[in-house]
Structures are given as C-alpha cells and as structure tokens.
Design a protein around this ligand. Sequence first.
Ligand code: DQA
Length: 146
Amino acid sequence: MATILLLSGPNLNLLGDRDPQHYGTTTLEELVALARETAAKHGHELEHLQSNHEGVLVDAIHAARGRCAAIVINAGALSHYSHAIADALAAFDGVKVELHLSNPYAREEWRHRSVLSGVVDGIAVGFRATGYRIAVEAAAEMIAGR
Ligand code: DQA
C-alpha cells in the first residue's frame, strides 16, 4: 500500500459554490472522496491538504519526500506562476500529476501557461470531477509501473 498525496491550492475550498460554469457544482469534499475511493481500489491510501497559501503547499511537498509515492496537485491559480511549487515538485522523486477541473487553455490567456507542467509526469485538464478519478488512476498505474 502506498500513500498518494492530493494537494488543492487557493480558492478550491469554495468549490460547489465558485464559478460553477467552469468548475461544476461538486464540492471539494466530494472530489476528495472520489479520489480516495479511486486510490482505495488500487490498494492505496490518499491524504488530502487544501491551502490558500503557497508556502504551506511547498512544505507539504517537502514532507511527502520519501513518504508518499505520488502527488496529484490542483494548485489553482498558483499553477500559472508559482516557481516555488514547481521547484518543490521537481525535488520530489515520486509520481507527479497536475490536475485542473476546467480546461485552462480554453480560458483567459494568463491561464494558458502552467509553470508546473514541465516538472510533472502527466496532466489531466478539463474533465471536471472525473479528472480526479483519472488523475488518481494514472498515478496508481504509474506507481505500479515503477
Ligand atoms: C483551476 C484552473 C485555474 O486557472 C484556476 O485559477 C483555479 C482552478 C482548475 O481546476 O480548473 O483556481 O486549477
């Protein structure tokens, strides 16, 4: 059994209520339950942390080193400019999956670039809640293949 760490960045605590046209109406709690269920099907446990603070997310990535087999991260808006999170992920040698509920490439131009994409193994974007299942499935398969 391995531990998969799911990280949620700023404003994702407002899911369910926030901008449903882009993010749907599923709450973060429901998304975490879906991710946890998917991890359990593969025999893994899933930990989750949501923070509105960049440094808290960086600390969580550091604390996952040598302890978690994979990180699945929806860093919210930080995805587009946090080189600190990108550097922390680069120093994590487990499986890394970037996740977005919406398709940022079909939205405002400032969302078209993710500074995290270059340091992760794969990306799931635009599948709303289903993306949480897809991302955890992909992480579990990559863990198995290592
Ligand atoms: C998001 C996309 C980001 O551009 C945005 O800032 C978010 C959510 C998504 O899940 O689609 O907060 O990461």
